[in-house]
Design a binder for this molecule. Structure first.
Ligand SMILES: Cc1ncc(COP(=O)(O)O)c(C=O)c1O
Length: 424
């Protein structure tokens, strides 16, 4: 490793205004040292404040039983409500447009029940090739639910031959080509495999120009890149909270619905009692009257324990703020990229191809490295040195320096481990 990279890492950490946030998280250990944890795009680290919130809910449950719905220090009946404020800041929306609820794929189904309404020839869906498999399965089953053949109605936009990234022009062109046959555009805001950020504003404008609805799976975008869902006039979006939002395995997810749709009581929701008018919920009325906010997509009562974890994580995230996090993410990711390139160059190894865009505007905190000719043994050698990264068959290592807890020294240590693995 080059000495100037070491000097840079030390001084960048020293100057980092967010450096103390790392102390608020449990960093896993390998032998007697902290791991180089670079897989927050898969599962974020546990905030230290989480245990206290969980214990408080357990205490209140023990103390009040069912009365905790109204008497707990954070009454369970309205437990989800304060989450709208920080979430709206993270995704760039109004508070009435977001709600913490459910789980990601299930939420996508709920949203598509409202926003995928094929009629006559307007029945097609545009998505990206190599979307996360859960999204592909969800889209296929939505098509089948409407009696349609997925092979006929789902249009996947692919990278061009020999490339790994999708040109935005190709997405826009596909939208124009399918025009009045298009019902829905549903794309990952950040592709899970390549780390490519899509231009959600332009995609939304293009979809609306042909009369289609536009939604995004923000699993890899939320808490990672800057979003302005309301201003972009995105129709709907869904995300999970266990990646960049650090809310724990299977943690409670979240949705966004543009206010124009949320206020439209005639829009179909797959309804449940927690989406019914709050003032009259306990009157147990026979007909569903949706709350005129994103909350009307809630089906069941709030998962308090999962929300307690979410609260601890959002406390930290909100304190750091998206713009400071994004600023650090840009610097961290560029440094990590530089370190990888230097190691490859110094070792005379040209088997590394970073497929994530080099343009910082088109990527978040993730680098996906194609390791030509190295394969899984290289990844295993990294793991043996306490690097926690993510392996995707056949030959991709995904790493994500997450600004709220990763340091520039983590990136340097990754370089050291990579160098050692190549020498071994
Ligand atoms: C882009 C994307 N979509 C969907 C999912 C599935 O999420 P869940 O299991 O929470 O429904 C994931 C999981 O990692 C994902 O990365």
């Amino acid at each position: 490793m080059r000495p100037d990279s070491h000097t840079y890492a030390l001084s960048a950490d020293e100057k980092d205004e967010l450096r103390d946030f790392r102390l608020q998280f449990h960093v896993p250990h390998f032998e007697d040292k902290e791991c180089v944890y670079l897989t927050g795009n898969s599962l974020g680290l546990q905030p230290k404040g989480l245990k206290k919130y969980l214990e408080e809910e357990m205490e209140d449950w023990a103390k009040f039983g069912v009365e905790g719905h109204f008497q707990a220090r954070r009454p369970w009946v309205s437990y989800h409500e304060p989450f709208a404020e920080p979430l709206s800041r993270i995704v760039g929306a109004k508070e009435e447009e977001v709600v913490a609820m459910g789980s990601l794929t299930a939420n996508l189904h709920f949203l598509m029940a409202s926003f995928y309404a094929p009629k006559g020839k307007r029945c097609k869906i545009i998505c990206e090739k190599k979307a996360f498999p859960s999204d592909a399965y969800a889209l296929q089953s939505q098509a089948k639910l409407h009696g349609l053949d997925p092979a006929e109605v789902i249009i996947e936009v692919s990278p061009r031959a020999g490339e790994y990234l999708i040109h935005i022009e190709d997405i826009l062109q596909a939208i124009r080509t399918h025009g009045d046959e298009l019902a829905l555009v549903m794309i990952g805001g950040v592709n899970y495999y390549s780390g490519q950020v899509f231009d959600m504003k332009r995609i939304t404008e293009a979809g609306h120009a042909v009369g289609a609805k536009v939604g995004f799976d923000l699993a890899h975008a939320v808490g990672n890149v800057l979003l302005s869902l309301h201003d972009w006039r995105v129709d709907f979006a869904a995300w999970c909270s266990y990646k960049y939002l650090n809310s724990g395995p299977g943690g409670v997810a979240g949705i966004y619905v543009h206010e124009d749709h949320a206020q439209n009581k005639d829009l179909l929701r797959l309804a449940g009692w927690w989406g019914h008018d709050k003032e009259r919920r306990f009157l147990m009325e026979p007909d569903f009257d949706p709350i005129p906010t994103a909350e009307s997509w809630q089906v069941s009562n709030a998962p308090v324990f999962a929300l307690a974890c979410h609260k601890a994580a959002l406390d930290q995230h909100d304190k750091a703020g998206m713009s400071a996090l994004r600023k650090k993410s840009l610097a961290l990711t560029s440094f990590l990229e530089k370190v990888i390139k230097e190691v490859a160059e110094d070792q005379g190894d040209n088997g590394f191809e970073i497929i994530t865009p080099t343009d910082p505007n088109q990527r978040g905190s993730q680098l996906s490295i194609l390791v030509h000719g190295h394969g899984k043994p290289l990844f295993d050698k990294l793991s043996d040195q306490g690097v926690i990264a993510d392996w995707r068959e056949p030959n991709v290592i995904r790493i994500a320096p997450v600004p709220i807890y990763n340091s520039f020294m983590d990136c340097y240590r990754f370089g050291e481990a990579l160098e050692k693995a190549l020498k071994a």
